[in-house]
Design a protein around this ligand. Structure first.
Ligand SMILES: [Zn+2]
Ligand SMILES: [Zn+2]
Length: 353
C-alpha cells in the first residue's frame, strides 16, 4: 500500500446506512485499507440522488443489497493506493463512476460494462460514499482537472446520465425539444440541448422556481403542468406539429404518455428517469408517427464529456446545486430533498466539513 501525508489519523468513521424500511442512520465503520487494485478515497462531496431517497423507502432497484451505505455521486481525493495501482497517485482529485464489472462477459467485451452479467453498483450493491473514506477499485475513479470543483464533480453522474441517454439520438439545429421534469437531470438536459445547437427548448414542471432556473439556463418556453395541460401547451407552442425531441426527466406520473402525444412525426423520445412501475402509452401513436424511443441507464460512458463541458463552461451546476450540508446533518439534508425545502433542486453532502 502506498500512502501520502493525507492518510486518515482515526481508524473508524461514521457512515450513513439504510435497510430500505424508511430510515437512514449512522453506523461506525472501519476506514478500509485499500486491497490490491483499489484506491482509498477521501470523499469530499457526494450528491443526494432521488434514487437514494427511494432506496431508503425500499423503492430502489430490485437488485439492491441491503443494508447499504448510500451514495454514488461521489467526488474525492486519493489518499492511499493498494498494490498494483499505477494510473492514480496519492493526492489526486477524482470522480467516481460506480460500476464494478467482470471485464470478461459479452457486454464487458463490447464496452458496455454497465450491462455486465456480474455487475455491482456502488451505492446500491456495494457500500457507497455517504462516509468520509471509502476504498473502491481504481478503475472506477477518473482524475479531475484542477478547475472542476468537488461539488461540480459530484454532478457528473446526473449530467452524465442525461448526456449518455441523449447520445443515443441525433439532433438537428432546427429541432424543437421538450424536457419534461425540471430536476437536475432535466436542467442538465436543457443545457445539453442548447450546447448541441437546439435553441428552442420547452421545459415542463410543477415548481415555478425550477422552471425559472431552466429559463436562466436557456429554456425558451416553460409550462407549469399544474396550470396548463402539457400536451395542449406543447402542441400550441409548436403550431400543432409537436416536438422533434422529447427528453423525459421526471420518472413519474403520465409523462411518458405526454412524450408520445406531444412528439412530432418521426420524433425522438429519450427516457432518463426510472418509473418503478408500468405506465400506459398509446402504441398506435408510436406506429403512426414513426417515433423513436430510447432509454439510457448510465453516466459511466459520459464522464470525460461532462468534465470537458464543465471546463468549457458549456455546462454549469449553478442554480442546480442549491444546498450543501456536512454529512453529520444528513437527516436535514434528506428532508430538504424530500420536501424540496427552500427551493431545493440538488443537495450535496460534504463528508469532510
Ligand atoms: Zn444519481
Ligand atoms: Zn462483465
Amino acid at each position: 500500500m502506498t500512502t501520502g501525508n493525507l492518510t486518515p489519523t482515526a481508524d473508524a468513521q461514521q457512515a450513513v446506512v439504510t435497510d430500505g424500511t424508511g430510515s437512514a442512520w449512522t453506523e461506525e465503520r472501519d476506514i478500509p485499507e485499500p486491497a490490491a487494485g483499489e484506491a482509498l478515497v477521501k470523499v469530499t462531496a457526494v450528491g443526494i440522488c432521488g434514487s437514494d431517497v427511494g432506496l431508503i423507502e425500499g423503492e430502489g432497484p430490485p437488485w439492491t443489497d441491503y443494508p447499504i451505505v448510500l451514495g454514488h455521486e461521489v467526488a474525492g481525493e486519493v489518499v492511499a493506493l493498494g498494490d498494483g495501482v499505477e494510473d492514480l497517485a496519492v493526492g489526486q482529485r477524482v470522480a467516481l463512476h460506480g460500476f464494478i464489472y467482470c471485464s470478461r462477459c459479452t457486454a464487458c467485451r463490447e464496452g458496455r460494462y454497465y450491462q455486465c452479467d456480474e455487475l455491482k453498483e456502488i451505492g446500491f450493491t456495494v457500500d457507497g460514499g455517504y462516509r468520509p473514506y471509502a476504498a473502491w477499485p481504481a478503475y472506477t475513479l477518473t482524475p479531475l482537472p484542477s478547475d472542476v470543483s468537488a461539488v461540480a464533480a459530484s454532478q457528473i453522474d446526473s449530467a452524465g446520465c442525461t448526456l449518455h441517454a441523449m447520445n443515443r439520438i441525433t439532433t438537428r439545429f432546427t429541432d424543437t425539444a421538450a424536457v419534461l421534469g425540471p430536476g437536475s437531470l432535466g436542467l442538465y438536459g436543457v443545457q445539453l440541448l442548447r450546447t448541441q445547437g437546439v435553441d428552442d427548448v420547452i421545459l415542463t414542471g410543477t415548481r415555478e422556481e425550477r422552471l425559472a432556473a431552466g429559463e436562466r439556463m436557456g429554456a425558451s418556453k416553460t409550462i407549469n403542468v399544474r396550470e396548463e395541460d402539457p400536451i395542449d401547451a406543447i402542441l400550441e407552442y409548436t403550431n400543432g406539429r409537436g416536438v422533434d425531441v422529447c427528453v423525459e426527466a421526471a420518472g413519474a406520473g403520465d409523462v411518458l404518455q405526454t412524450c408520445v402525444k406531444s412528439a412530432a412525426r418521426q420524433g425522438k423520445i429519450v427516457l432518463t428517469g426510472a418509473f418503478g412501475d408500468t405506465k400506459e402509452i398509446d402504441p398506435d401513436e408510436i406506429v403512426a408517427k414513426e417515433l423513436t424511443i430510447v432509454g439510457g441507464v448510465t453516466a459511466s460512458h459520459a464522464v470525460d464529456e461532462v468534465i470537458e463541458l464543465l471546463q468549457r463552461g458549456a455546462l454549469t451546476i449553478d442554480d442546480v446545486v442549491t444546498h450543501e450540508f456536512p454529512l453529520r446533518d444528513f437527516e436535514e439534508a434528506l428532508d430538504t430533498v424530500r420536501e424540496r425545502r427552500d427551493g431545493a433542486i440538488k443537495v450535496v453532502l460534504r463528508p469532510q466539513a
